[in-house]
Ligand binder design. Structure first.
Ligand code: A3P
Length: 296
């Protein structure tokens, strides 16, 4: 991993109708033809919605007992490949996934639903989607882009907020992303749709329903152990989950495990920004049954 070069900040451009950067489009041919397996679990999220959190929960549920050595020696981004990623000096997401020794494979993506390689649907692979309320999501994305040099320059908070509302950020519109995946659930039963806020409020309940979806039975003792390991502070301390081994991220600007709270948006939005946001939100979400909480 130390061989990863710190890339210069990428340009954003439109790709298949979505704002993207080359690190996520360079490997498109291989990505499009990626061969999924029936037992794969695709972890899909809009960036900064709790991907790492749910990835680690799944990693521990499946491999906590059988492969604890792997967990203590390989960072989460090697154990749960980021499918569309293709960074200089690092194996691409498809390569990592193709070479995963374990089964089921846990695979991460931020792609909007219409761009997911079709093999996942053909194989009827399981999908775990996590969505986070837009206000906390945009705050987290802003801080993440400030510190992650693998992403475009976010500009100041006001600029970033406007770009986010227009859908002009990497992976496109939050609205299209969360609603697109929500629609997919209607025709694809193998999709489990989760909310960050539910995980923050009742992690036990969320782990329980994940187990039901995945048809896993784990003892209370195992589940309690997992729940302790996936607490924000535990993951922040854990070098294998806190991204401290990635040189493109500057933790002096902001740590990857930043706050892990519901409602931090209140420390960022001005009254005017909040009103404008609510206006756009109402419009964009008027046709969906999807509901979010911005406090718990
Ligand atoms: P904040 O920036 O609000 O702190 P992703 O993994 O999709 O990149 O999402 C990162 C966000 O999830 C960050 O949000 C991070 O702190 C939060 N997060 C990661 N692990 C968490 C945990 N165990 N509990 C609560 N939040 C967590």
């Amino acid at each position: 991993i130390s061989s990863i070069k710190s890339p210069s900040r990428p340009e954003i451009f439109e790709f298949a109708g979505i704002p993207m950067i080359s690190y996520f489009t360079k490997n498109w041919e291989k990505l499009k033809n990626f061969q999924a397996r029936p037992d794969d679990i695709l972890i899909a999220t809009y960036p900064k919605a709790g991907t790492t959190w749910v990835s680690y929960i799944l990693d521990l549920l499946y491999f906590g007992k059988v492969d604890p050595n792997g967990q203590s020696s390989l960072p989460i981004y090697m154990r749960v490949p980021f499918l569309e990623s293709c960074f200089p000096g690092m194996p691409s997401g498809t390569e990592l996934a193709d070479n995963l020794p374990n089964s089921p494979r846990l695979i991460k993506t931020h792609l909007p639903v219409q761009l997911v390689p079709k093999s996942f649907w053909e194989q009827n692979s399981r999908v775990v989607y996590v969505a986070r309320n837009a206000k906390d999501n945009v705050v987290s994305y802003f801080h993440s882009d400030r510190m992650n040099h693998g992403q475009p320059e976010p500009g100041d908070w006001n600029t970033f907020l406007e770009d986010f509302l227009k859908g002009e950020v990497v992976f496109g519109s939050w609205f299209d992303h969360v609603c697109g995946w929500w629609e997919k659930k209607k025709t694809y039963p193998n999709l489990h749709y989760m909310l960050y806020e539910d995980m923050a409020k009742d992690i036990n309940g969320e782990v329980e329903s994940l187990c039901t979806f995945l048809k896993l039975s784990r003892s209370d003792e195992e589940k309690n152990k997992i729940i302790n390991s996936v607490q924000f502070d535990a993951m922040k301390q854990n070098k294998m989950t806190n991204y401290s081994t990635i040189p493109t991220m500057d933790f002096k600007i902001s740590p990857f495990m930043r706050k892990g709270k519901v409602g931090d948006w209140k420390n960022h939005f001005t009254l005017a920004q909040n009103e404008q946001f609510d206006e756009v939100y109402k419009q964009k979400m008027k046709n969906t049954t999807l509901n979010f909480r911005t406090k718990i």
